[in-house]
Design a protein around this ligand. Structure first.
Ligand code: ZN
Length: 217
């Protein structure tokens, strides 16, 4: 199971050390949640943050854009070293074109679904993307409660991918912690995004990652 640490929950006063510790703890990817105050209520960080990650870590940079008109910003994130860029299918009639543009930039594309969005919205994206991100909270803030109602959605998506003989990854993002990680894994998730469970663990980052790993097996 691939573990992607959402850096917006890290301690920004001590960012470099936090990322070094994250890599040492055995996390596979760094997840960058980009919010614009329009697509979602909250505002977070921009492409410059990828440079700060890269200064201290060689982990793949997994960018999740929760922004309007993502096509205007994919170039900047690619230039700043994104390895994967995810865009939402909602409110975006040209999402497939943007997915193809992400691929042309040499970056692996991900399509993202909000909890209320049906899988039919991404059925025809399957041959074009490397990963599908199933949101298990409404996007906008970290620290929200996991929605168990999304477990069947993950299972059905897994079936859709198998039926098409694809090896598209399923990523799950939102409220994942040591008590529910086994449920999403069993449902078919390949990549887990964790924020609070890693960065707000009372015994530190390493303990947070260990708790996730040991409960996922
Ligand atoms: Zn995310």
């Amino acid at each position: 199971m691939i573990l992607s640490a959402s850096i917006i929950s890290s301690d920004f006063t001590n960012f470099g050390d936090q990322i070094i510790e994250t890599e040492k703890a055995g996390v596979d990817w760094l997840h960058i949640d980009v919010m614009d105050g329009k697509f979602v209520p909250n505002i977070t960080i921009g492409p410059f943050m990828l440079d700060h990650c890269r200064k201290v870590s060689n982990l793949p940079l997994d960018v999740h854009l929760m922004i309007v008109e993502p096509e205007k910003h994919i170039h900047a994130f690619a230039e700043h070293g994104a390895n994967r860029i995810g865009i939402h299918t909602e409110n975006n009639p040209n999402a497939l074109r943007t997915i193809q543009q992400i691929r042309e930039l040499g970056v692996k594309p991900t399509i993202v679904l909000n909890p209320g969005t049906n899988l039919t919205a991404i059925e025809y994206f399957l041959p074009f993307v490397d990963m599908i991100l199933v949101m298990t909270v409404n996007p906008g803030y970290s620290g929200q409660l996991f929605m168990p109602e999304m477990l069947p959605k993950i299972s059905i998506l897994k079936k859709m991918i198998k039926e098409r003989n694809l090896n598209t990854l399923i990523q799950v993002d939102g409220g994942i912690n040591h008590t529910n990680i086994n449920l999403v894994k069993k449902a078919g998730a390949d990549v887990i995004v964790a924020a609070t469970a890693i960065y707000k663990h009372s015994d530190g980052i390493m303990a947070g990652v260990n708790a996730l790993r040991s409960n996922a097996s």
